[in-house]
Unconditional design. Structure first.
Length: 380
């Protein structure tokens, strides 16, 4: 009997003794070229961490593959390129209240100007005798217009013009955008008689809740078939400064926003499987409201009120729709007939009115089906 003994090289024994610690299991070493080293306890998480973890050398390619969740290094995914967001009209251009005075101040200033003109005329002796008598003024000793009289006329006339020329009437739902030499000076939303600086340029803007019914605009359904859609837009001017000064024509811009949204959102006719015009209206409202907000226009609703196929595809789509309705009606009729036949045969059998074998049951089912189908096919 021969005994086979294995001889362990001295170098392997020394490495095993160095790797084994008190109360720890021997760690298997992977030797390679002198490269990046990682601890063994990071590879084996099921056991306790050794006191002196052994570092195992690995190649940089292996380390690179192990860094991510898979074998290959993790790569960054670039986000898809989208359109740039709408720029702000002007960060400093925002609606603010203008400085105005009550209308009584303008009336008082105008009355003072008129009174000053009359007094200057009396001072210069230019008032007719009947006016002097009507106003019960004493006779004036003046006989001509001098520099003082001209200065008094100028001051009183300027005061009267400024007083009466600055009077304005504010209405509910209307506002004025004030502009002085090209610079925005504020917005007037007050109502009643007001006094506004007559040097300011006034631009009237309607701030009421408004609705606009568009003409037939081109659109497409979810299958790409061309449509003609009429929409109703409910909107109002929220920021008068941006709506009047930040863009050339906010109403034209709103109309173009609606056309652009219709080109991106598919519109489905009533009775569709994807929400119909209601779902399309919600998507249109979100898009148009987001694009109109930077110019001071607030959009509440964009709803399709009429959806029609384009004239060139309308006959074909009408025939297709009639065929679908006919097929749906036929399927419903067949289902109803089968249910009626089944119910009739079951009642006859359960109540014991007839005793049928398989052949007789098939004949009865056939006759009942023919009778029911004939009755459903007859016009009412």
């Amino acid at each position: 009997m021969h005994t086979t003994t294995s001889h362990t090289p001295p170098e392997s024994e020394e490495l095993e003794e160095a790797a084994m610690g008190p109360g720890s299991r021997p760690a298997r070493l992977i030797q390679n070229e002198a490269t990046t080293e990682i601890p063994v306890h990071l590879l084996f998480r099921d056991g306790p961490d050794p006191v002196n973890p052994v570092k195992v050398p690995l190649k940089p390619a292996v380390v690179g593959r192990r860094q991510g969740t898979g074998e290959q290094p993790r790569t960054r995914r670039t986000a898809p390129v989208r359109g740039r967001p709408l720029p702000e009209v002007d960060p400093e251009l925002a609606e603010r209240p203008a400085r105005v005075l009550p209308g009584a101040a303008g009336v008082l200033a105008g009355a003072c100007g008129v009174t000053g003109c009359v007094a200057t005329s009396w001072w210069a002796g230019l008032l007719p005798p009947f006016v002097t008598a009507a106003l019960r003024l004493p006779a004036s000793a003046g006989a001509a217009l001098g520099p003082a009289q001209w200065a008094a006329y100028a001051g009183a006339g300027a005061l009267g013009l400024a007083g009466f020329g600055g009077l304005a009437r504010g209405r509910t739902g209307r506002a004025w955008v004030l502009d002085l030499f090209g610079r925005y000076r504020g917005t007037v939303r007050r109502t009643g008689l007001l006094w506004v600086n007559p040097l300011l340029l006034r631009r009237r803007v309607d701030v009421r809740l408004r609705h606009w019914r568009s003409e037939a605009m081109p659109a497409a359904d979810p299958d790409g078939v061309e449509l003609r859609v009429v929409v109703r837009v409910v909107w109002r001017v929220r920021d008068t400064a941006r709506a009047m000064l930040g863009i050339e024509d906010h109403e034209t811009y709103l109309r173009e926003c609606v056309e652009a949204a219709l080109a991106r959102v598919p519109v489905e006719q009533t009775g569709g499987t994807r929400g119909g015009p209601t779902a399309a209206g919600d998507a249109l409202t979100r898009l148009v409201a987001a694009e109109a907000a930077p110019v001071g226009v607030e959009v509440f609703s964009v709803q399709p009120v009429r959806v029609e196929y384009a004239p060139e595809v309308a006959p074909a789509m009408h025939r297709r729709r009639i065929a679908q309705l006919d097929a749906r009606q036929r399927a419903g009729m067949v289902t109803s007939v089968v249910d009626s036949v089944e119910d009739t045969v079951t009642r006859l059998t359960v109540r014991g009115l007839v005793d049928l074998d398989d052949y007789e049951r098939k004949v009865l089912v056939r006759d009942l089906t023919v009778a029911f189908c004939s009755g459903r096919a007859e016009p009412a």
